[in-house]
Design a binder for this molecule. Structure first.
Ligand code: MG
Ligand code: ZN
Length: 447
């Protein structure tokens, strides 16, 4: 009875004000989702991509439903364009730092992260990503390293960083097995010795019933969503992490839709939209969880945008989502399959993309398919594949009227989505560091 009254009172306080000062000192569970590279243009493009073409209206996506505001992304020292390490450190520790920094400041001193604080306060913790789990974004929550390139050091820290004798993260699900099973150190053996259940594929992940758990589902990053069945992607991994985290105390869960950024770097629109679908499915899992648990908050944002994606290009006032929907493989996979098909490549192209080619495109691709079959050394093969891939992507961009300005990141603001306790605290425009600072105010000692 007393508890019920207290809960009602807290609920009233939460509804009355969004100011941090009035936050009840009750520990909240936090689900923090980062769409790497997921700038605003990706949200808009995905709305058209996901549209039901049999109705007149343009349906809202889950991103539209949970949208609350925007975030600035610039790194430290008059920089404008951030990398994922500085971006994630802003989001994990609430400070600006230099590109490449993993939860260290400009003087390379460690800065406490949300996950680290949560663990110290007695929370359960989890991290899920489609990249290797020791890639820059998740790394910035559970390691302190002066360079994102030090993948082995980061993986080592996941085992060696301890609070009360236990690693910081109770549930780790992602790619990256090659960094954990090395000639000079077997971190998987280290984790299992501490009682972690281990899985190296989705079937064995499915059979794990209890935390702590470590799942490394690929040597490095997972294959792209567009080239995989949905069962082998982020939404399923996230649901599993939520199921595994103990429910007798609050938890902090980081989820990264890592490969939106990778498709963006590749300037591959169909690849990017498939990653966005996986991200939306993940948002569905997280949103449903938050709706059923009043003591939980969910925040989703991006670290930056990637590729300078534009809907419309070369003066054309048009973007053809239907063309993108018809492309069923990443450019990497298209190039591989066209090469394998040899002189039958055009049939394969039409089956996998449905895109009609101009005679100029046809001639170029025919020549490049031949060249990639003739290539003998590894260098020649890679060069031929790169050329073929570029031609295929330009055919997809031209047919869909998609534009790109860079193979790197861009400096625009990114969207913020939120649900659960006091979600309106994240409304409006804010700096990326403010998102972390607001989340810190929700972490309190677990009794
Ligand atoms: Mg990342
Ligand atoms: Zn990137």
């Amino acid at each position: 009875m007393k508890q019920a009254l207290a809960a009602t009172a807290l609920l009233c306080i939460a509804q009355l004000s969004s100011a941090a000062a009035t936050e009840p000192a009750v520990p909240q569970s936090v689900i923090y989702v980062i769409g790497d590279g997921m700038g605003m243009e990706y949200i808009t493009a995905y709305r058209h991509f996901a549209d039901d073409p049999t109705t007149d209206e343009l349906e809202d996506t889950l991103f539209d439903r949970y949208f609350v505001g925007t975030s600035a992304t610039h790194p430290h020292e008059h920089g404008l364009v951030t990398d994922s390490a500085a971006g994630a450190t802003a989001l994990s520790a609430g400070i600006k730092t230099y590109n490449g920094a993993i939860a260290v400041d400009v003087d390379k001193r460690p800065v406490e992260t949300l996950l680290e604080r949560a663990k110290k306060l007695g929370y359960s913790t989890g991290m899920v990503s489609t990249s290797q789990i020791n890639h820059a974004t998740p790394a910035s929550f559970a390691a302190h390293v002066d360079s994102r390139q030090k993948y082995d050091d980061i993986a080592d820290q996941y085992l060696d960083n301890r609070i009360d004798g236990k690693p910081w993260v109770d549930v780790l699900i992602g790619g990256g097995e090659q960094y954990f099973k090395r000639d000079n150190r077997d971190l998987v053996a280290g984790f299992t010795a501490l009682g972690y259940h281990y899985a190296d594929d989705f079937a064995s992940l499915d059979s794990i019933e209890k935390a702590p758990a470590l799942a490394l589902l690929a040597p490095k990053g997972l294959p792209f969503a567009i080239d995989q069945p949905p069962a082998n992607r982020l939404a399923v991994m996230t649901a599993k992490a939520l199921a595994l985290l103990p429910k007798n105390k609050p938890f902090f869960l980081l989820v990264e839709a890592s490969e939106i950024d990778w498709c963006g770097h590749a300037n591959d629109i169909a690849c990017a939209m498939a990653e966005m679908r996986d991200a939306e499915e993940t948002l569905k899992v997280v949103g449903n969880y938050v709706a059923g648990h009043r003591d939980t908050v969910m925040v989703m944002t991006a670290d930056h945008s990637t590729g300078g994606l534009s809907m419309g290009a070369n003066g054309e006032y048009e973007w053809r989502a239907s063309v993108v929907r018809g492309v069923t493989a990443s450019a990497n996979e298209l190039a591989r399959q066209l090469k394998d098909a040899g002189s039958d490549w055009q049939q394969t192209w039409l089956e996998l993309t449905g895109i009609a080619l101009t005679s100029e495109q046809y001639n170029t691709i025919a020549r490049q398919v031949k060249a990639s079959r003739r290539a003998s050394t590894e260098t020649e093969k890679n060069a031929a594949k790169t050329e073929l891939r570029a031609t295929l992507l330009s055919a997809i961009d031209r047919a869909s009227v998609t534009g790109w300005t860079t193979s790197g990141h861009t400096g625009g603001d990114v969207p913020v989505f939120a649900a659960g306790v006091n979600a309106e605290q994240f409304a409006g425009h804010q700096d990326n560091t403010a998102i972390a600072q607001k989340l810190f105010t929700r972490l309190h000692p677990v009794q």
